[in-house]
Design a protein around this ligand. Structure first.
Ligand code: FAD
Ligand code: DHB
Length: 393
């Protein structure tokens, strides 16, 4: 039987953006309903990002869900960068007095789902054909199908937190939207394995064979990435081939101690920069990947979703507490100012570290010179550190 429900904020998507928004709103006494296209098991198994900025950790604290993060998260004071076998360290703590925390997006998602389901409000899993209605009016709504039955949800506001392929962004009027996009001529192969990490800190490596990254999830779980061709098929990359390639690309003096083991997840992903403006129309507000994508090189995607949520939550609190809508009106401009800086940093890290050019070209010499400058300049390292730990909200 069709049902009609009502809530204050209708949230589309139970990724980090939707879940964090719902939790923060609840802490501040605002009700919401989350509509999620996938099952709980699917959402909790999705392997994605791994590095949290201090601002993101603070939001998890404000949301009252940082217990496990503080217990199991690994606080990193810096990163290592290897350029053609020569390794140097960028010390965040010394240069900008901040750190990052290595804690999987998967774990953050599980913590937020557990808090939500402990009494915060509903998550409608496997909601099909989610559609947005009347976003220009003061009474917007959502409709969806669950097990073949039609449902509607009336709300004051809609938060589009449904990622790059969701239903929210296409609901913005095309005549008023503008998007900016850059694709890259390569992808990343990622591998997750229950083996100890090869180094205490992350290693970003630029190499003639292509970029690679050594990351981790815990002292016993490693995450590695290698630059690959766009049309690469994961079937052509048995684990041994990935480990061989990592050995070559991460080689340095002293050498990282790579422990091999069977993959527990393996995938190929394209890289993309994308921004859709504005991030708001009428009563619809976009947050996270629904509005923008960064290439993963700077570890910014998840953290940008969190800063959008911070701005949106603050604006909704002002609306419900004081009736003042200035922050809601400024949301798109406020969020985009930070988004563009993270886009710039992610694009810069990507262009700096990947194999992009013929070795004999002028561009390859510029890339080499920039890496050399970074290796030797405190000023250049400070700029990297300031962006990597996250610009202030
Ligand atoms: P999402 O996490 O995409 O969540 C959106 C949610 O909406 C999903 O649960 C989806 O199922 C749901 N949804 C979609 N459409 C609908 C619909 N029509 N109706 C209802 N629900 C819907 N970032 C990094 O920094 N490092 C990484 O290594 C990294 N790896 C990544 C790998 C992949 C394959 C992808 C896609 C992203 C990766 N990212 C990475 C980026 C980072 O994970 C994202 O920026 C982050 O997940 C953004 O969170 P979000 O909540 O905005 O979107
Ligand atoms: C991870 C992913 C990244 O893109 C990055 O820059 C750092 C770490 C990770 O998945 O651990």
């Amino acid at each position: 039987m069709a049902t009609q429900q009502r809530t204050q904020v209708g949230i589309i998507g139970a990724g980090p953006a939707g879940l964090l928004l719902a939790r923060l709103l609840k802490v501040h006494g605002i009700e919401s309903v989350i509509l999620e296209a996938r099952s709980r098991a699917y959402v909790e198994a999705r392997i994605r990002a791994g590095v949290l900025e201090q601002g993101t950790v603070s939001l998890m604290e404000e949301a009252g869900v940082a217990g496990r993060l503080h217990r199991d998260g690994l606080v990193h004071d810096g990163v290592e960068i290897t350029v053609a076998g020569r390794r140097f360290r960028v010390d965040f703590c010394e240069l900008v007095g901040k750190t990052v925390t290595v804690y999987g997006q998967t774990e953050m998602t599980k913590d937020l789902i557990a808090a939500r389901l402990a009494g915060d409000g509903p998550i409608v899993w496997e909601a099909a054909d989610v559609a947005l209605h009347d976003i220009d009016s003061g009474r917007p709504g959502l409709s969806y199908r669950l097990a073949g039955v039609e449902h509607t949800l009336a709300c004051d506001f809609i938060a589009g937190c449904d990622g790059f392929h969701g239903a929210s962004r296409p609901s913005l009027p095309a005549a008023k939207s503008r998007s900016f996009e850059r694709t890259y001529p390569f992808g990343w192969i990622g591998i997750l394995a229950d083996v100890p990490p090869c180094s205490d800190e992350l290693i970003y490596a630029s190499h003639a064979r292509g970029f690679s990254l050594a990351s981790m999830r815990s002292p016993t779980r490693s995450r590695y990435y290698i630059q690959c061709a766009l049309d690469e098929r994961i079937e052509d990359w048995p684990d041994a081939r990935i480990w061989d390639e990592l050995e070559l690309r991460l080689a340095s003096n002293p050498p990282p101690r790579i422990t091999r083991g069977p993959s527990i997840e393996k995938s190929v992903a394209p890289l993309r920069s994308f921004v859709s403006t504005p991030m708001q129309h009428g009563r619809l507000f976009l947050a996270g990947d629904a509005a923008h994508i960064v290439p993963p090189t700077g570890a910014k995607g998840l953290n940008l979703a969190a800063s959008d949520v911070h701005y949106l939550c603050r604006a909704l609190i002002a609306h419900y507490r004081t009736g003042n809508d200035d922050l809601l009106g400024a949301y798109s401009d406020t969020a985009l100012a930070r988004v563009w800086k993270a886009e710039r940093f992610s694009w810069w890290m990507t262009m700096l570290l990947h194999k992009l050019y013929d070795e004999t070209s002028f561009e390859a010499q510029m890339q080499r010179a920039e890496l050399d400058y970074l290796a030797g300049s405190r000023a250049a390292q400070t700029a990297l550190a300031e962006n990597y730990v996250g610009l202030p909200f």
